[in-house]
Design a protein around this ligand. Structure first.
Ligand code: NAD
Length: 259
């Protein structure tokens, strides 16, 4: 039995993870940690850790869906106390420097980071790269839709999809990304990649990658209809990661899409 710790346990994702890990006969929920609504976790008789160090000590591997600040605290505590466990990280919103910290930690333990744990999005990223390269004159515009509570924009997934397209064209995404247009902005430049965000209602997550040409356009759309898809993806990824050597991995690695 793999002893799993869930970080961010009282959130939308954390609550579903608790349900699914508890149902899995190969996994045992050995510690949970959260910043908010802790009383609800105690009320369910869950193994609530009082400190992040206790949380790390009480599990063999970790799934983290919390907040940028929470993930960074988790990583810093692991580093300070030299407690290194395989980690699946689904939290989004990291800056490049913060992502570098995650990368540095992965020299001590295997880490799988995915801004989207669904199989469909992993395949969408792969296909988008092929289309970006093949339809090389197309204008690439990505639109993402999420529920009104989402804190970061554009979504980590939209940035991952944009990165896949930019890499396929040999472009630096930092230089070509446009995430808002207003006023007399002039004509669209050839290389720019638009990444736009819509927020509203209870939309779990929709991503549309469009390739616009003269006379035709191709749009590839992924719709997440339930958060369970991310939860199941994260659990599958954890089982795959648990025995891997130290290093940083992607969801594509766990699905064999990089082979
Ligand atoms: P949420 O706000 O519902 O829950 C956040 C959880 O993290 C809560 O339990 C909260 O107490 C805890 N938390 C927040 N800050 C903390 C801190 N500093 N220390 C400890 N715990 C802290 O959020 P959510 O909708 O469950 O999403 C969580 C994260 O996962 C977000 O970054 C979201 O974008 C991301 N997400 C990723 C995927 C994916 O497939 N990778 C899918 C959905 C959501």
């Amino acid at each position: 039995m793999l002893q799993v710790g869930i970080f961010g346990a009282s959130g939308r994702m954390g609550s579903l993870l608790i349900q699914e890990v508890s149902k899995d006969e190969n996994l045992q929920l050995s510690s949970v940690y959260a910043r908010d609504n802790i009383q609800e976790l105690y009320a369910q008789n869950l193994p609530v850790a009082k400190t992040i160090k206790d949380f790390l000590d009480s599990c063999a591997c970790i799934i983290d869906f919390s907040s940028k600040e929470g993930s960074l605290e988790l990583m810093q505590t692991a580093k300070n106390h030299h407690i290194y466990k395989p980690m699946v990280i689904g939290t989004t919103g990291f800056s490049q420097e913060e992502f570098d910290m995650l990368q540095a930690l992965s020299t001590h333990c295997p880490i799988l980071y995915a801004s989207n744990m669904s199989m469909g999005v992993a395949i969408l990223a792969k296909i988008s790269a092929i289309v970006a390269q093949t339809l090389k004159d197309s204008d690439i515009e990505i639109v993402e839709y999420h529920h009104r509570h989402k804190k970061d924009a554009p979504s980590g997934t939209a940035l991952t999809l944009a990165q896949a397209c930019a890499e396929a064209r040999g472009l630096d995404l930092q230089k070509v990304r446009v995430s808002g247009r207003d006023g007399i902005i002039g004509a669209r430049s050839k290389d720019e990649i638009g990444v736009m965000s819509i927020r509203g209602g209870d939309v779990v997550g929709k991503h549309n990658v469009g390739f616009y040409l003269d006379g035709e356009y191709l749009e590839l759309t992924h719709n997440a209809t339930s958060r369970l898809t991310f939860v199941k993806g994260a659990i599958c990824a954890l089982k795959w990661l648990a025995a891997k050597p130290n290093g940083i991995y992607t969801i594509q690695d766990s699905l064999g899409l990089n082979a």
